[in-house]
Design a binder for this molecule. Structure first.
Ligand code: ADP
Length: 491
């Protein structure tokens, strides 16, 4: 029987989702299930690995049932996942030895500080493209090996498997122990220049090579699963942000995307060339389509859509996130008001953890609409700071920005983004770009789609926002923003 669908499994931080895509890249059905967040101490975040697996499995079964589809209808499964989250399990029984330590968890801050004090910051940056931060996986693995009784002995005997969430799902689906370079490149253990686990870094983190998964191409058959009944190939695994870049068909050099969620994640494709940032961005592997890794520069913004939630929940200025657009539209501009939402410090390119938020430029005439508008604009200004860093690092201009995520629905924000950047901002029809990327990657691997051009052909734009400002409007707005950032900084 002809295969009609691709099944994308999108394992996120708060929920697991399964989406069926047809051969036009359209969504045929989807299922979503939230799961428990575990906070053992302030700043610590865990997930129960069985919750991750159960909810992911349920959603896969539900989406097939709802669509009246069987495994025979599915050409392949593609996995995309919350990145950096760490699991260790027994190779033979599959039993996890501890809860998963989630990317958000800060328990390894001291380990990172010690590595930095030992002078290893550059060693890690040069080999992994990353910064020494608890966010990434490596120090979490070390923590588990150091703290779970018996873990060191068992790992030395080859009895344990380490994996990020992609590897955990693959193991549960197929029994195989493997990951892909987009996920491996977030671990602090993988040498992105030489495409291998790095002995030196493993030694610094005291992680035995015996527990590491095999690294296989992002797009390619990892194994077959019979968990849903008939046999289905698992044909892609990719970290969620890189998968979104692929789902936006940003295959070419300097093609870029921004996801506007609680925070923002910006990635620009740098092709076969890894670009090491001088502006606090990280270098990451975007994917490997079987011909070696392709790279991306990545920058993130801590507070993006969250500033809209703050207007709603703390200031009570708006009733819903969507209302920010109509309220901001009551005024033609912010009247010189700027909001800097440095609630948790400032990330790239400023990197000032002690910076705090502020509202500047207030006059007697400033009203709610000005402040709401300025808060929205703070999202696009922060984005433009990162784009400018990417341009400085690559020495080239980013030509267009593709967008997704909850706050990308805001037309006023997207128009301001185009104005501030002076480039087109393009929103696609499918907003589940992360899952779409997983489907594209799996579909390529099994010949459901023949090549990248076929994917470009089915990707559909919903709306393009063209820049409407001249150079002097742009530089005036940006200089006001820079001035406000300076005031928010503590150093
Ligand atoms: P996440 O995946 O981080 O939970 P989503 O992609 O679901 O985020 O987007 C939710 C975020 O987007 C919230 O912070 C919300 O405030 C913001 N948001 C949602 N809709 C709008 C809108 N129309 N205008 C501005 N912000 C919005």
């Amino acid at each position: 029987m002809a295969k009609r669908f691709l099944l994308a499994l999108d394992q996120g931080t708060t929920s697991s989702r399964a989406i069926l895509f047809d051969d036009e890249g359209g969504i045929y059905g989807s299922s979503n299930e939230e799961f428990r967040q575990i906070y053992p101490r302030p700043g610590w975040v865990e997930h129960d690995p069985e919750d991750i697996w159960r909810t992911q499995c349920n959603t896969a079964r539900n989406v097939l049932d709802d669509a009246g589809a069987t495994p025979d209808d599915i050409a392949a499964i593609g996995i995309t996942n919350q990145r950096e989250t760490v699991l260790l399990w027994d190779r033979r029984t599959g039993e996890p030895i501890h809860n998963a330590i989630v990317w958000q968890c800060r328990r390894t801050t001291e380990i990172c500080e010690q590595l930095a004090a030992d002078g290893l910051t550059d060693t890690f940056r040069e080999r992994t493209g990353l910064v020494l931060d608890p966010y990434f996986s490596g120090t979490k693995v070390k923590w588990l090996l150091d703290h779970v009784p018996g873990a060191r002995e068992r790992s030395a005997k080859g009895e344990l498997c380490f994996g990020t969430v992609d590897a955990w799902l693959l193991y549960k689906l197929t029994g195989k122990h493997a990951t892909d370079p987009s996920n491996a490149s977030r671990t602090l253990l993988y040498n992105i220049m030489e495409h291998r686990w790095d002995e030196t870094l493993l030694q610094h983190l005291d992680v035995p090579a015996e527990i590491l998964p095999e690294v296989m191409p992002t797009s390619g058959v990892f194994g077959e699963t019979t968990v849903l009944g008939g046999s289905i190939p698992v044909a892609s695994m990719c970290g969620d942000q890189q998968s979104a870049l692929f789902g936006q068909t940003a295959f070419g050099r300097l093609e870029s995307k921004n996801t506007y969620g609680t925070g923002c994640f910006l990635l620009a494709n740098t092709g076969k060339e890894p670009v090491v940032s001088k502006h606090g961005l990280v270098t990451t592997i975007a994917w490997d389509l079987g011909k070696g890794p392709e790279y991306a520069l990545e920058g993130s913004i801590f507070i993006a859509g969250a500033v809209v939630q703050w207007l709603r929940d703390e200031l009570k200025m708006i009733a819903s996130a969507a209302e920010s657009e109509s309220v901001a539209s009551e005024v033609p501009d912010t009247g010189g008001v700027y909001v800097v939402p440095a609630f948790v410090g400032l990330g790239a390119p400023h990197w000032d953890m002690r910076a705090r938020g502020l509202i500047v430029g207030l006059t007697r005439g400033s009203n709610r609409a000005h402040i709401v508008r300025a808060a929205l604009e703070s999202i696009s200004f922060q984005t433009s700071d990162i784009i400018h860093s990417m341009e400085s690092d690559t020495g080239e201009r980013i030509p267009i920005l593709k967008v997704d995520g909850g706050a990308a629905a805001n037309n006023l924000l997207m128009q301001h983004q185009a104005d501030v950047l002076g480039i087109p901002v393009v929103r696609g029809k499918v907003t589940d770009t992360t899952a779409l990327g997983a489907a594209f990657l799996a579909g390529l691997a099994v010949g459901f789609w023949p090549n990248l051009d076929a994917l470009r052909g089915i990707w559909q734009e919903e709306r393009t926002f063209s820049p409407s400002w001249n150079e002097s409007q742009r530089s005036e707005a940006l200089s006001g923003w820079e001035h406000s950032i300076k005031r928010a900084r503590m150093r």
